[in-house]
Write a protein that binds this ligand. Structure first.
Ligand SMILES: CC1(C)S[C@@H]2[C@H](NC(=O)CCCC[C@H](NC(=O)C[NH3+])C(=O)[O-])C(=O)N2[C@H]1C(=O)[O-]
Length: 356
């Protein structure tokens, strides 16, 4: 059944609410291939506020931003392509490919990509205090193994496969797997398997460089102390995340990426089916492999990923067939009110004007 028409008035109102709640800028782009793939997408763009608080330059949906954990979906596509090529098996233990990395031979690739490994999330300690934690790592360069070592200093949260427990550590292990299986840095694999084929002109993996290339929005970290000044967090290595969260992209590119993924143009059917083997991940949510499903109030489910990296909240979701995609971004983070408001953009775009 065709999706309801997006409620663009409600969408604009939500972006303005996000500004009132402390985001310097907020934007959203909808790409709607309503009829078929060969028709040109109907594109809707909404933007409120500034890209740069110092210059007051207005934000634009063309501005590049840090996308945080939406990176996890890119890393998963690379690994599932390797699985389709017979170079990786999802139910094989990680230690088969990376001998001695993990303390439990039962942890499989599937456990890692579905956040069911039980590996502790080292960012819990790293960012317990938001601004000091960020300032301590913003120019640091970590190796993947240094990050895994931080995780292994804590007990695991669950036995392998026993529960869903989101952990960045899982997608640091994913980066190690990509580099071991291909002999290339993850940047090369993102570029050759996704960025170049889809012509994503705003998508970059520049780690360990600290700058966002070209035209971009600034991101502002909200401190823990109420009323404290926002911190411009735009320039950082994101080395604390790498294959778990260091990609840079744009609303246009993420819509292109999700439409291609859900439209079946990035993975063979067998691997897409693996990616969409859903397990519960909270109320109205499920997680597959590197992919979130959110079940909306109107009965529509949407598929994609959220991202929270210092200064940027990203919400990138599409309809099941990929024909309608939305990427929404707010240029702050550590702000629960803004996060809750931005999540509501999914309702306005995929549920449309509410009958009630
Ligand atoms: C599960 C999430 C929300 S957290 C995870 C990952 N981002 C991080 O792990 C960084 C979290 C700390 C960032 C910081 N917060 C603090 O320092 C709090 N003390 C802020 O808000 O900028 C990402 O991205 N994922 C989101 C996802 O997948 O949606």
């Amino acid at each position: 059944a065709a999706l309801p028409t997006p409620d663009t008035a409600a969408l604009g109102g939500l972006l303005r609410t996000a500004l009132a709640q402390g985001a310097p800028g907020a934007m959203a782009r909808i790409d709607d291939h309503r009829l078929s793939w060969d028709d040109h997408a109907t594109v809707y763009r909404a933007m409120e506020g500034v890209a740069d608080r110092a210059t007051r330059a207005v934000i634009d949906t063309a501005d590049r931003v840090r996308i945080g954990s939406v990176t996890k979906t890119f890393s998963t596509v690379v690994l599932l392509q390797l699985a389709a090529e017979g170079r990786l098996r999802l139910d094989t233990p990680v230690n088969h490919y990376l001998p001695g990395l993990l303390p439990d031979d039962r942890i499989t690739v599937r456990h890692v990509l579905g956040h069911r490994s039980g590996l502790y999330d080292y960012t819990n300690d790293m960012f317990a205090q938001t601004v000091p934690g960020f300032e301590a790592v913003r120019t640091k360069v970590f190796t993947y193994r240094q990050l895994v070592t931080r995780s292994l200093q804590h007990p695991r949260t669950n036995a392998p496969g026993a529960a869903y427990a989101y952990s960045n550590t899982n997608f640091v292990v994913a980066g190690l797997l990509i580099e071991k299986l291909t002999g290339h840095p993850v940047r090369t694999e993102y570029e050759n398997r996704i960025i170049k084929p889809l012509k994503l002109q705003d998508t970059f993996y520049v780690h360990p460089d600290t700058r966002i290339p070209g035209r971009h929005a600034h991101g502002y970290l909200t401190p823990d102390a109420k009323g404290a000044a926002l911190v411009d967090a735009t320039d950082q290595t994101v080395s604390w995340a790498q294959s778990a969260g260091a990609l840079i992209s744009s609303t246009r590119d993420l819509n292109t990426f999700l439409s291609a993924l859900l439209g079946g143009r990035l993975l063979p059917a067998a691997q897409r089916a693996e990616m969409e083997r859903w397990l519960p991940a909270g109320t109205g949510q499920a997680y597959g492999l590197g992919l979130r499903r959110r079940d909306l109030s109107c009965g529509v489910s949407v598929y994609g990923h959220t991202g929270a990296v210092q200064g940027f909240y990203t919400y990138a979701f599409a309809s099941k067939d990929g024909r309608r995609s939305l990427t929404a971004v707010a240029t702050t983070s550590n702000n629960g009110a803004v996060h809750a408001t931005m999540l509501r953009t999914l309702e306005s775009v995929f549920c449309g004007r509410r009958s009630t």
